[in-house]
Each structure stands twice: as C-alpha cells, then as structure tokens.
Ligand binder design. Structure first.
Ligand SMILES: C[S@@+](CC[C@H](N)C(=O)[O-])C[C@H]1O[C@@H](n2cnc3c(N)ncnc32)[C@H](O)[C@@H]1O
Length: 247
C-alpha cells in the first residue's frame, strides 16, 4: 500500500489520518488501521505482498503442512503473499494459483486470472500443475456487500467448491486449508471434511484481525476413498476469537 502523501499526524507513535473531503469514514478507518498494523509493517520489511502471508506462516508453525509439500494449489492467490511463503519454504515445488484479479508474476508459479467457479478452472489448474496436489490452500473470500448473511453464504459457497476440489483431487495424505467465515465450517461441510480427512481443526491465527469473522479450517491426512456426502442443512457454529483449535 502506498502511504506516501497521506495527510496524518502521529499521537504517541500511533498514526492518525485526517478525514479528507472525498474519503469516507470507513476508508479513513481502514487507512488508519493499515498505517498502525504491525503485520503490514512486517510484510513490507520482509518483502511479502500481503499481511495475509503471516496468517499462513502462523498456521504452518502450528500445523506443519508446508515442509513436506510437493505440489501446491493456491485458490484466491492475489496479491500473492501465501504463494511467496510456499515459494520461500519449498523452492522447487510447483505452484498453481488462481484469482479473479491480476497478480504480478511469482517465479515458479503458474497463475490464472480467472474465476475458480468456472467449469474448466479445475482442469486448467491440474493440467498446469502436471501432478495431483498434496497441498491445497484457499484464502478465497467473496467481495462483501455489507449484508451479513449474503456475505457469509457467498464465501461459504466458495469454500464448498474448494472442499469439493480438494476431496476429488488431493493425493492420499494431502492437506487442505481454507478460510471460513463466522467461526467455522458448517455442520454438513464439516461432516464431509471429517469423512475424507483423518484430522480436521479450526484455528484463528494471531495475524487474523480480532474483530473479523474469519477462521481457518485445517484438514490433514486425505483418506484413500472419498466419501460421498450431500451438503445441506447448514449450521454455523460461533467460535471464540483466539488461536484455539477445535475439531
Ligand atoms: C484475502 S485475498 C487472498 C490473499 C492471498 N492469500 C495473499 O496472501 O496474498 C482473497 C482473494 O480471493 C479472490 N477470489 C474471490 N472469489 C474468487 C473466485 N471465485 N475465483 C478466484 N479467486 C477469487 C479475490 O479476488 C481475492 O484476491
């Protein structure tokens, strides 16, 4: 993010931003938060494109899934922080990413600018990867419209598609990580994950903002036989806002 030229003052080390005429109160708050966010500063200092990189680093520290990965798919890759983390830790592993938005190239990664929900997206990803993935990470979130239920359903729709992709294409023993909303995965989705993976946990890494409803689901040990399950009857559990983990 470009901070140069921002009109602001510092109070006890904390940057305040003047409300400019054409800047809404919401974007002023966003700007202020960015300027004072230690993860934004850290990302800049360490050359990461996004503060989201630290969420993946923290999840990996706790669940240790990157070290052995050999072929990785990054769903919702833009601007590329997660892929940079994978690239640094696994310099030779092929990575394929997809996003609606354009992404600056990342060495060793094939990136598609397309909608993951397109019918031919899965095939394109697998073809470019050249092998079955053993790690699928999804940070996809639908653009919010401000209506809580709508935002929740749209993002959970993307999660369902990512789960479906993972269940069908991950190698046996593989890992699936995805951003979920409202504290966790709904009951039906959780059942599918539990039927297809030996371990399913939820976590909120410290880099995930406290006020946000985002959590991550970490499913490890893809089982040999995919279980056929029907997704219905969604029930969202609210979970606490800490780096706890739950089944
Ligand atoms: C939070 S960002 C990802 C940040 C990324 N993990 C990083 O570290 O830089 C979520 C991304 O999901 C993408 N996204 C949302 N819906 C999508 C879809 N249907 N297909 C592909 N990407 C999508 C958005 O465009 C957005 O760039």
């Amino acid at each position: 993010m470009k901070t140069k030229g921002t009109s602001g003052r510092s109070f006890g080390g904390r940057q305040k931003v003047k409300t400019a005429k054409r800047r809404s109160a919401q974007s002023t708050r966003w700007l202020e938060r960015q300027l004072n966010d230690p993860y934004v500063k850290l990302a800049k200092a360490q050359g990461y494109r996004s503060r989201a990189a630290f969420k993946l680093l923290e999840l990996d520290e706790k669940f240790d899934f990157i070290r052995h990965s050999k072929a990785v798919v990054d769903l919702g890759i833009a601007p590329g922080g997660w892929t940079q983390v994978i690239r640094n830790k696994r310099p030779n592993a092929p990575i394929v990413g997809i996003d609606l938005l354009p992404v600056e190239p990342i060495e060793g990664a094939v990136i598609f600018e397309m909608d993951f929900t397109d019918n031919d997206a899965p095939e394109k990803i697998l073809e470019a990867l050249g092998q079955m993935p053993d790690l699928i990470i999804s940070d996809m979130a639908a653009n919010t419209v401000g209506h809580k239920q709508t935002d929740h359903l749209r993002t959970m729709g993307l999660v369902e598609m990512a789960v479906d992709f993972a269940v069908q294409h991950l190698v046996v023993g593989g890992t699936f990580i995805a951003k979920v909303f409202a504290g966790g995965t709904d009951k039906a989705l959780l059942d599918i994950l539990k039927a297809n993976f030996t371990s399913v946990k939820h976590a909120k890494p410290p880099a995930s903002r406290k006020g946000s409803v985002e959590w991550y689901v970490i499913a490890k040990g893809k089982k040999e036989k995919a279980a056929d399950q029907f997704i219905d009857n969604r029930e969202i559990d609210k979970r606490e806002n800490n780096f706890g983990e739950e089944d």
